[in-house]
Design a binder for this molecule. Structure first.
Ligand SMILES: Nc1ncnc2c1ncn2[C@@H]1O[C@H](COP(=O)(O)OP(=O)(O)O)[C@@H](O)[C@H]1O
Ligand SMILES: CC(C)(COP(=O)(O)O)[C@@H](O)C(=O)NCCC(=O)O
Ligand SMILES: [Mn+2]
Length: 924
């Protein structure tokens, strides 16, 4: 093995190949089959010291890239392509004027300071794999809904109003105004460009209407600003799970809003000026007050006083400021003492800018930092106070603050929260919105009739954080959405700028503001979160076919994540795990795309994008909503897809499937020789043992570098001695086989949530499925809709099942009954054409592309399949431990996993790495 360690990952691949060749070329290769039998019986190998993880094996030399390239990348329309801006610049933006991206709609909010644009891009309709059509039909029993709206993404972009031209360029570069509109779903009048009408709100909808007609040839349909603000806020509060949050003393906490208890509330929109609106329901509201001292005041006065060039610069200055040099404090007036009789401490601001009256100092003698902070505090307190007074006036307890003045800035939010809390003595609560600045634009977007958006439910919206979808306008525009090249150079540019990506939102340790005073800023310092990094507001995916899993015992209380990453130590640990895994993942991803220069460049961009997200989340864990481990793992998959790595483990999965399928017949024979009780135990052991084949676990990847599949499997089997760390097997056996001679009724339908490809599904879950089928239980294999790590997908399963069915009548008949075998008759071993008397074996997709599963958002076909199920089997760390470990179901549930991470083992089951979980829960 010495000298051959250049590409250790490939070495094991070769070993697979070698093994596979052995099996294929010499079908009855005794050694291999004996080993497979050993596995089944759980015997130890006498020749080999067990647990030999030392890796003293002969390894074949690494092969070069045998993996093939995906042909599924979309073609770009490069006609009339031109470099935009300075062509001397490195990686200049390329404009592709003729590239269309199915953009259907957009709406604008053109305010005094900023233009906000919301646009929608449609998902390509995903067709169901032929082999699953029958299953889907059977399961949904003809009741598949036809959805009024298509899936797609909502994007959020802003521009400075003074740079309206940039906005117009952006619209025309993305061809937003010429969006292809599907007349089945969208209002078709707009398909004619001449009559194209776009919805817009804000003063600019009036002011610039002619310019839009002139430049883009579109008419503006003006929507009332207040209507839009309220519609936008109501939509966000109802449709986005983690939209609203409180922010006190540097601490951000998401608020779960009960839809039935949302109204009334006070909406305070802090834009250039401030509007205060009492909202009583959808479309039911009254503008009750406002103030002219708002965001425009801060930015305008601030610019005059500090000579700052941008709003962000002004805000950043404030973070290094000390307002005591310029504000007059109670202590300044009372000789350093509190005025405790009325509850004012010495450090309370008595008069903002009060010290500037001193004739000893001119403007130049004051630090711009101090001026900015003083101004920010003055305006934020003032807004907080007026808001409180209006809440008091109408007896409102909740105040939601929106508008771009807030800008996700911790100190601004703390200051407003403090004011509301202070004046209301804790009776009213200030809350902020993640899409703070886009309320009006969203409202205008919603005003397109027949969109059906107002019917969207929380579970139909999934938030994603892609790179390259620019959040701000300005320089970053040009190529249409989805242009990979743009995304890549986007990442390259950001890394050049370096700090922007990791720039944190200041999060100082919590401090106290003390009795009665607006005194100590609690979260100040550091640098301002980079707005331009496009990391702060996610793109909302509308997936109308997602549903809540109907078997959740208590959907309202359900929390998918077992590990809460708001604990910083926990976050740091998983951050390290994922960072360390990154080089290996990039290698795999690049190899899966043929290892070309282009693939390498994309791999690099992916690594940068994902690292940037991780860095951002380390600084502010709640930046993208409540953060759990499942979200991080999903984010990684999303980033891969963003750079068009559609299946990084494609060939690894294929090889592992082939190797495992080759030993399956022997395994089945061995199982069939056992009595029912021994067989059930062996089957569960088999599932647990085979769950070791996990390319997402660092420990397992290390194992792959050291041994062959058989070594690993053997090691895994050696760990199988009962009792397992969590061992409810006896309970499960009793439910399945009964006790004292009483045979319980078999389950009607079992949903098996499968995990990894290869041994995991072929040698673990399929034999278990077969056992259930044999007992007369219908089996639905639930697999990922999209690839994630080495997980098997719903698309891949029918072929695997078909291959397995060649050697097994039970599987064959069940697969036929479930519509999985289209041409099964010709492929069977004996060619016999029996009737489909079997219960069906079916495959459904789960609606996700992650190693974990959030059961609040599953595919409608899974939801339909679940209706008749009385047993759920969740398998693997991602689905049974990281998520759903604590979930309760209306039916029986079996959670099976091998823990392939030391820390998780300690934390969750007080055990060790490679310990197993077999948790059986009766219906609750
Ligand atoms: N990049 C920016 N440029 C200008 N102002 C900004 C920026 N980011 C945040 N702001 C703040 O947001 C305010 C505008 O908020 P917004 O909700 O867009 O209101 P409007 O609709 O009146 O433009 C500005 O007055 C300023 O205080
Ligand atoms: C990504 C996974 C959840 C996949 O596990 P599986 O569901 O396949 O059993 C798991 O590999 C994991 O938690 N990996 C990160 C931890 C580690 O490397 O130890
Ligand atoms: Mn997995």
């Amino acid at each position: 093995m010495a000298g051959l360690t250049g590409h250790p990952v490939l070495e094991i691949g070769d070993k697979f190949e070698e093994l596979q060749n052995n099996i294929i070329n010499n079908n009855k290769n005794k050694e291999v089959i004996d080993k497979a039998r050993l596995v089944v019986k759980g015997e130890e190998n006498s020749n080999n010291n067990n647990n030999n993880q030392g890796g003293e094996r002969d390894m074949a030399p690494p092969t070069s890239n045998s993996l093939h390239r995906s042909g599924s990348r979309p073609q770009l329309d490069l006609s009339k392509a031109a470099i935009q801006g300075n062509s001397e610049e490195r990686d200049p933006t390329i404009l592709l004027p003729n590239q269309s991206d199915d953009i259907s709609h957009f709406a604008l909010d053109i305010g005094g300071s900023l233009i906000k644009l919301v646009y929608f891009s449609r998902h390509e309709g995903q067709s169901i794999d032929d082999k699953r059509k029958k299953t889907v039909k059977e399961i949904s029993n003809g009741s598949r809904r036809s959805y009024p709206i298509l899936g797609g993404r909502l994007h959020f972009v802003k521009f400075e109003t003074s740079k309206l031209n940039e906005c117009l360029d952006f619209i025309s570069s993305k061809q937003l105004h010429n969006g292809r509109i599907d007349s089945h779903y969208w209002n078709s009048e707009a398909t004619n460009k001449e009559n194209a009408v776009i919805k817009a709100t804000g003063g600019g909808a009036y002011k610039f209407a002619d310019l839009f007609k002139e430049r883009l040839g579109v008419s503006i349909d003006k929507e009332d600003e207040m209507d839009c603000l309220v519609a936008g806020a109501n939509f966000l509060l109802k449709a986005i799970r983690h939209e609203a949050f409180t922010h006190m003393e540097g601490h951000k906490e998401f608020v779960q809003i009960d839809h039935n208890d949302l109204f009334p509330y006070l909406l305070v929109n802090v834009g250039s000026g401030v509007s205060m609106i009492k909202v009583d329901g959808d479309g039911k509201f009254q503008r009750v007050s406002g103030t002219n001292v708002g965001g425009g005041t801060y930015w305008g006065l601030g610019r005059l006083l500090t000579k700052c060039n941008s709003f962000d610069e002004l805000l950043e200055l404030s973070q290094r400021g000390d307002n005591r040099t310029i504000d007059m404090l109670v202590g300044d007036i009372y000789g350093g003492m509190d005025y405790s009789k009325i509850g004012l401490s010495a450090s309370t601001i008595a008069s903002s800018f009060g010290k500037a009256i001193s004739d000893k100092k001119e403007l130049e003698d004051h630090r711009p930092e101090d001026i900015s902070l003083s101004l920010l505090r003055m305006i934020s307190y003032n807004i907080g106070q007026i808001s409180y007074l209006n809440a008091l006036r109408f007896g409102l307890k909740r105040i939601f603050f929106g508008g771009f003045f807030i800008r996700g800035h911790a100190y601004t939010m703390d200051t407003i929260s403090f004011a509301v809390h202070f004046w209301s003595q804790g009776q009213a609560q200030a809350m902020f919105l993640r899409h703070e600045g886009f309320l009006g634009a969203l409202g205008a977007f919603m005003s397109y009739e027949k969109l059906g958006l107002d019917d969207l439910m929380v579970h139909q919206l999934v938030e994603r954080f892609p790179m390259g979808a620019p959040y701000t306008g300005g320089k970053i525009h040009g190529p249409p959405l989805g242009n990979l090249n743009e995304k890549i150079s986007w990442m390259e540019k950001f890394v050049l700028k370096g700090t922007e990506i990791t720039a944190p939102v200041p999060m100082a340790p919590p401090g106290t503001t003390g009795l009665g005073g607006f005194e100590v800023p609690s979260s100040k310092g550091g640098t301002l979160r980079s707005d331009a990094s496009a990391l702060n507001v996610g793109v909302l995916h509308l997936v109308p076919t997602l549903e809540v899993f109907p078997l959740l015992a208590n959907p309202k209380m359900y929390e998918p994540n077992t590990i809460d990453l708001s604990d910083h130590c926990e976050l740091e640990y998983w951050f390290t795990v994922l960072s360390e895994h990154l080089p290996d993942l990039v290698d795999k991803a690049v190899a899966s795309e043929g290892g070309t220069g282009d693939a390498k460049r994309r791999g690099d961009a992916f690594a940068r994008a994902f690292s940037a997200h991780l860095a951002r989340l380390m600084e502010e864990p709640a930046a993208y909503g409540k953060l759990g481990l499942a979200n991080l793992l999903e984010l990684r998959e999303e980033c891969l897809r963003e750079f068009q790595f559609l299946d990084a483990y494609r060939s690894i999965k294929q090889r592992e499937n082939e190797v495992s399928l080759a030993v399956l017949p022997d395994l089945l024979m061995e199982l069939d020789r056992m009595d029912e009780e021994a067989r059930l135990l062996t089957l569960i052991e088999g599932v647990l043992a085979a769950n070791i084949f996990d390319w997402g676990s660092r420990a397992c990847v290390d194992l792959y570098h050291k041994g062959t599949i058989i070594d690993i499997y053997r090691m895994s089997r050696n760990k199988m001695q009962r009792p397992w760390r969590v061992d409810d097997f006896d309970l499960f056996r009793e439910r399945m086989l009964g006790s004292e001679g009483k045979k319980p009724r078999p389950h009607k339908r079992a949903l098996l949530f499968v995990d990894n490809s290869g041994a995991d599904v072929v040698l673990g879950m399929l034999p278990l499925a077969r056992e259930l089928l044999r007992r007369g239980t219908e089996v639905v294999l639930v697999a990922n809709s999209l690839p994630a790590l080495n997980d098997v997908t719903a698309m891949e399963l029918p072929d695997i099942v078909a291959e397995a069915a060649k050697h097994c009548d039970i599987l064959r008949r069940a697969a036929e009954a479930g519509g999985l075998l289209v041409d099964a008759m010709t492929n069977t071993l004996d060619g016999s054409k029996e009737n489909c008397s079997s219960v069906p074996l079916m495959v459904v997709e789960n609606g996700c592309g992650s190693p974990c599963i959030d059961l609040r958002q599953v595919s409608s076909e899974l939801a339909s399949a679940a209706k008749h199920a009385d047993l759920i089997i969740l398998e693997g760390m991602g689905r049974a431990l990281h998520t759903n470990f604590n979930a309760w179901f209306k039916c029986e549930a079996l959670k099976l996993a091998m823990v392939k991470n030391q820390r998780l083992a300690e934390k969750l089951i007080k055990g060790e790495i490679y310990d197993c979980v077999c948790r059986y829960e009766p219906a609750s």
